[in-house]
Write a protein that binds this ligand. Structure first.
Ligand SMILES: Nc1ncnc2c1ncn2[C@@H]1O[C@H](COP(=O)(O)OP(=O)(O)OP(=O)(O)O)[C@@H](O)[C@H]1O
Length: 389
């Protein structure tokens, strides 16, 4: 089937100021049954979106519009459905539309292997709830890391991952480890509990510290094993993807476990005993783990655009690992993918995302009806998002 449709922008929202067009551009070059993906999205009172309701019948959804139109807010809505929290910092202000009392988002997601699920996120004041019908994993109550809807975001400042505090990278790493080995969540929880007890023992003089060391070391080694296994596969996928980007020719992805290689954790902790008493917390173990991209060839770092590519490749590599383990497919949320990239790089990266075969929701700053490099997609609907102040 091949179908291209152009139409003028028509308001589909009942809100006075927010508009999304009917598809301005619709292409279906494949007759394949649509794969897993979000089939519909309804938003009420999220940022500048008073009301929005639309169906998605393509693999790629392109949202175009001027700055501040509300494109990122649509990605945010999908992210809220998937993870129950926003990706924007507190600087973005309250997510509920000024003057409204609640935010409600509803989506229908079609997984690859079972009936469609309806996911609803509601936030009223400080309280937020998320519900999945029918519930898929009653035993976990739908804890967000096992949400039926999985998303991976390349957003504004994606580069922060590379130069932020190690805690952000640890969270990123652990999130990805969870999706290969679900039992990692419990391990992480148990470890955090023992770490807190051990830290409390250090702060109260250290005499009870040894009581926690055995379980601390056992849990630490299990966590390190899981992280190490994931890293080995992740690194292999990253090195494979890296070959398409000459500036990454000699780059590598290293994992640091949180204590020196070739040295037992118990021995390391013994050697740090006095320092721990002075500092008041545990100085070695998985809570000090990190990962690094070494640029190689004597380079000291990456430009902003290069760093964005690196982060995108880290996400693509993680997705390959998850796929190899039979995990549910993710939806890519790509916010202004082209920003900071030259045309050749943007095209290369876009091809890498498209070749995953997963659903992609991508935004583009544009006020015309040109789909740009996304126009070559196999299955694309383009909407224009508009907001009139
Ligand atoms: N609580 C709120 N109530 C009403 N409007 C809000 C609220 N929070 C944010 N906004 C507005 O909603 C809009 C959100 O824009 P968004 O970031 O989604 O736009 P965008 O199309 O992605 O823009 P850009 O291309 O510049 O990234 C902004 O204009 C912002 O001022």
């Amino acid at each position: 089937m091949f179908h291209v449709e152009h139409s003028d922008a028509v308001s589909e929202s009942s809100g006075p100021a927010f508009h999304i067009s009917r598809p301005m551009f619709h292409v279906e070059r494949s007759s394949a049954v649509p794969g897993p993906g979000l089939r519909s999205l309804r938003i009420e009172s999220l940022r500048n979106i008073q009301r929005l309701d639309f169906a998605i019948d393509t693999r790629t959804l392109l949202l175009t519009g001027a700055n501040g139109a509300g494109k990122t807010s649509i990605l945010e809505a999908i992210y809220l459905l998937a993870r129950g929290r926003t990706f924007r910092g507190t600087k973005a202000g309250p997510l509920t539309t000024n003057g409204a009392s609640f935010t409600r988002i509803e989506g229908v997601y079609q997984p690859s292997d079972r009936e469609a699920v309806r996911i609803r996120y509601v936030k009223e004041g400080a309280a937020a709830t998320r519900a999945v019908h029918p519930p898929l994993w009653p035993e976990t109550g739908g804890a967000d890391w096992r949400s039926p809807l999985q998303v991976k975001l390349i957003g504004e400042n994606a580069q922060t991952l590379l130069d932020s505090e190690p805690s952000l990278r640890r969270r990123f790493l652990d999130w990805n480890v969870f999706h290969v080995e679900h039992r990692f969540a419990q391990l992480h929880k148990d470890f955090t509990r023992v770490l807190m007890q051990r830290n409390a023992a250090i702060r109260s003089g250290g005499s009870q510290r040894g009581l926690w060391d055995r379980s601390f070391i056992e849990l630490a080694e299990s966590m390190d094993r899981q992280r190490g296994l994931f890293h080995a596969e992740w690194r292999a996928c990253f090195l494979d993807l890296r070959d398409d980007y000459p500036f990454l020719r000699a780059a590598d992805l290293h994992y640091r476990r949180g204590w020196p290689d070739g040295r037992a954790l118990g021995e390391t902790l013994d050697s740090l005993a006095d320092q721990e008493l002075t500092r008041g917390y545990t100085l070695a173990g998985p809570s000090r783990a990190d990962f690094r991209i070494e640029p190689g060839e004597g380079r000291r770092g990456f430009s902003r655009g290069q760093a964005k590519i690196v982060v995108a490749l880290l996400q693509l590599a993680a997705e390959r690992v998850h796929r190899a383990h039979g995990r549910a497919s993710v939806i890519w949320l790509l916010d202004d993918l082209e920003a900071e990239l030259d045309r050749a790089m943007a095209e290369r990266l876009w091809n890498a995302f498209e070749s995953t075969g997963n659903q992609i929701i991508v935004t583009r700053v544009a006020t015309d009806s040109d789909p740009g490099l996304f126009g070559k997609s196999q299955s694309l609907a383009m909407f224009h998002v508009e907001h009139q102040d």
